[in-house]
Design a protein around this ligand. Sequence first.
Ligand code: ADP
Ligand code: TYD
Length: 214
Amino acid sequence: MTDIVEIPGKFITLEGGDGSGKSTQAKQLAAFLEDQGKEVILTREPGGAPGADDIRQLLLTGDPDRWDVIGETLLFYASRRNHLRLTVWPALAAGKWVISDRFADSTMAYQGYGNQMGVDEVQKIHDVTVGEFAPDLTYILDIDVEAGLKRTHGRTHNEDRFERMDLSFHNRMRQGFFEIAKKNEHRCVVVNAARQIDEIQTDMRRTLKNRFFS
Ligand code: ADP
Ligand code: TYD
């Protein structure tokens, strides 16, 4: 087991398309960090705080046309603001490690690229709501869109508003994540998510150790 240098809490995000395996990998990463003696908060967006969870329902259920892209972007950011204020920032200030299943790169990829709101427009809302704050490390789990969506088909919940959007939307979103990774090389790592769960997790842990542990 690697020795851990005592450092303050870190903010780690998992991003990618629907069914890319983010929740599965986030849980295993949290378990790994806990084994290393870290206090870990595992959270997700949209949601992860009072108010934010209510907004989640508004965003993820119902007809794909329920919101236009501006309306849904504002809702994602209203939810994100509570998530940061009530969950993420207090945890980081207390020295905990926070792992979030999705964060702001999802809005850029889904609304900015997928729904074609545009990079500059999303960035403006981001700057007002989040400011300079950013993750210490972002994994972008990449998988062919159809293969990812196929993995979600067994789900029984009704939070499928985005999963029901067409393939061209999902492909623009995937390309959007590649663009985000290119622009943010210092914090983003693209992970091939079309492999076995264990293989992916081994890669992700290696990255974590290289960045933060010595
Ligand atoms: P996401 O959070 O990105 O939507 P999940 O972790 O919920 O993805 O995974 C979606 C489904 O695919 C789940 O049923 C999960 O068990 C399965 N799954 C996750 N990772 C893999 C993988 N590497 N190979 C095959 N199936 C996977
Ligand atoms: P989630 O439960 O994370 O879905 P999955 O497990 O399939 O990844 O649901 C979140 C959905 O909302 C997902 O389809 C992506 C979408 N989303 C956005 O469009 N913009 C955002 O900013 C966020 C956080 C999520």
